[in-house]
Design a protein around this ligand. Structure first.
Ligand code: AMP
Length: 287
């Protein structure tokens, strides 16, 4: 039986999840919102397209073995699933936000009896209980930002990414309840029964995430500069150094470099007389 992996069928996590799986060498078509599942051509894997909220429940139940979903949804569900990896996208925070100009600058300023609109009632309740605040929670399925304006809530608890939605709606963030991002999760029983297959798929996905922050750099450098080049380009197992036919004064180096270090590395290489510098993206890094 193939491993079943659930991927969000819409929303912020959909596109990037499919991109990462494709980059991991698993050829999946993005079926759009209507497609329910896809068999992966080159792997013993079935991909189901489901709502991110449902993915947590289905992974927990074992209806699917693994899933990509939001950590916020895992926390809200309170269900026990095994987190294999933070995926590094879909970053956001669950925050308390209040209308501007009402004199509320922190949670202490919120009067008891205030109405809080949210799609995250469980986390909201836990948070305010811990703070010793008595609030009434009204659960909504979305668009929390308009509820203070409509007069149905005094404040909201909602996901914030850039903060621009809050600003547009004249709301001010006064506390962060939790940080979130996309995560790869697995069913605990499936981990026991099919651990090897799950780990293989997880490691293919992780290899894509690891490669994202790296670049492959190639350059021709004078032999006399090699020691200095080694000092600032250590690489994974040291830079690969190759002879160039017919030249004994210059060698070619290949090295994996942090994306953030590329700018300085190229400048230093040029100062040392390097030529033919090429920088390339890496699809995957498998240690
Ligand atoms: P922003 O204006 O960038 O702060 O985004 C806030 C809006 O996008 C709110 O309506 C949130 O509910 C929603 N949102 C932000 N990040 C996420 C996420 N990672 N997953 C789902 N919804 C999100």
């Amino acid at each position: 039986m193939s491993i079943k992996l659930a991927v969000p069928n819409k929303g912020r996590l959909n596109e990037r999840s499919i991109e990462i799986l494709n980059q991991a060498g698993l050829e999946i078509e993005d079926g759009g919102e209507r497609k329910l599942y896809a068999n992966v051509k080159n792997g013993d894997l079935s991909v189901m397209f489901l709502r991110a909220q449902d993915i947590v429940r289905f992974v927990h139940k074992g209806a699917v073995d693994m899933g990509i979903t939001g950590w916020d949804l895992v926390l809200e569900s309170g269900l026990d699933v095994h987190k294999l990896q933070d995926m590094g996208f879909g970053r956001c925070r669950l925050s308390v936000a209040v209308p501007e100009g009402r004199g509320m600058d922190s949670v202490e300023d919120i009067p008891d009896g205030s109405i809080v609109a949210t799609s995250f009632p469980n986390m909201t309740q836990r948070f305010f209980e811990k703070q010793g605040k008595k609030v009434d929670i009204t659960t909504i399925s979305g668009a929390a930002e308009v509820t203070p304006y409509l007069g149905v809530a005094n404040l909201i608890v909602d996901l914030v990414s850039s903060g621009s939605t809050l600003k547009t709606n004249h709301l001010k963030e006064i506390a962060v309840i939790a940080q979130s991002q996309a995560v790869l999760v697995a069913n605990r029983e499936a981990m026991k029964a099919r651990g090897t297959e799950i780990e293989e798929l997880a490691s293919a996905i992780i290899s894509v995430l690891d490669a994202e922050g790296k670049r492959y750099l190639m350059a021709d450098v004078p032999v006399t500069s090699l020691d200095e080049v080694r000092s600032f380009l250590p690489g994974i197992a040291g830079p690969t150094v190759m002879n160039i036919m017919g030249r004994d004064d210059v060698v070619a180096i290949h090295v994996v470099v942090d994306k953030t270090a590329i700018y300085n590395s190229v400048n230093r290489l040029k100062r040392l007389g390097a030529t033919g510098i090429l920088i390339m993206p890496i699809d995957r890094m498998v240690p």
